[in-house]
Design a protein. Structure first.
Length: 121
């Protein structure tokens, strides 16, 4: 059985984190190639890397939630700088930053659904 040093495990984690960015870029290439062409691959990569660091700055460490944060930033650029989002993430509750972001995402999906509701038009 292989045993890894702490340094090797850290390097593997960094590779995995970068693979998430690569995966997102592949999805963008498939679903919105015009945006990727306009933005450029390297700037898009840097943008997603910055978004990952923003997620970490909010205390979001779970890889799935970090990926969701990056996806959200592709759909809604700049959302993490909105005062409402910052206030939401910094509210004094006992839940984790991941749970706060999950709750925020649920609320935003609900509000988006209301806009699509036929009687709201």
């Amino acid at each position: 059985m292989l045993e890894f040093t702490a340094e090797q495990l850290e390097r593997l984690e960094k590779v995995r984190e970068d693979e998430v960015i690569e995966k997102l870029l592949l999805e963008v290439r498939e679903h919105d190639p015009a945006w990727l062409e306009k933005m450029g691959e390297w700037p898009a990569y840097r943008y997603l890397k910055e978004q990952r660091e923003e997620a970490w700055a909010f205390g979001i460490k779970d890889p799935e939630m970090v990926e969701l944060f990056m996806r959200y930033s592709l759909m809604t650029p700049g959302f993490q700088k909105e005062p409402q989002f910052i206030k939401w993430m910094q509210r004094p509750v006992a839940d984790s930053p991941e749970q706060r972001f999950r709750d925020y995402d649920s609320i935003m999906q609900y509000l988006h659904g209301l806009k699509e509701w036929p009687s709201a038009k």
